[in-house]
Design a protein. Structure first.
Length: 134
């Protein structure tokens, strides 16, 4: 009833649809991947692209290699595919593919897209038929 809303005693509100975003910093991605034995770090490349870098050994010399990264998101898992430079791909296995799961999001949020920011990536998503409360 309107009286409860006006008096401030409403603590839960059913909502048909919500949109939102989740920010994941490059530092958080690095910590997650390092915990899984992957030393690759990420940064924003030219024109908002995502790039990966790692130290690789060519012959007897170590160099820092950078490659572009293609990404997709399915079932709240960001899939990162390293493009080019076979040595860097070997750091994550022969496929050159990494998965960053974003499971357990509140309100059963389903992520739809990601964009690269200066500090990391922003994943946007939505949820239907949720109850917001304090």
């Amino acid at each position: 009833p309107l009286g409860k809303v006006v008096s401030g005693s409403v603590h839960q509100v059913p909502v048909d649809h919500v949109d939102g975003s989740a920010a994941i910093t490059f530092a958080e991605m690095h910590r997650y991947l390092a915990g899984h034995g992957v030393s690759i770090t990420f940064s924003r490349g030219a024109n908002g692209s995502l790039q990966a870098r790692d130290k690789v050994t060519v012959g007897h010399k170590s160099v820092v290699a950078k490659v572009s990264v293609a990404w997709s998101i399915t079932n709240n898992v960001i899939t990162l595919t390293l493009n080019g430079l076979q040595q860097l791909s070997s750091a994550v296995g022969s496929s050159g593919v990494l998965a960053v799961p974003l499971q357990g999001l509140p309100f059963r949020v389903v992520l739809h897209s990601i964009t690269v920011t200066t500090d990391g990536v922003a994943a946007t998503g939505s949820a239907d038929h949720v109850v917001l409360g304090s």
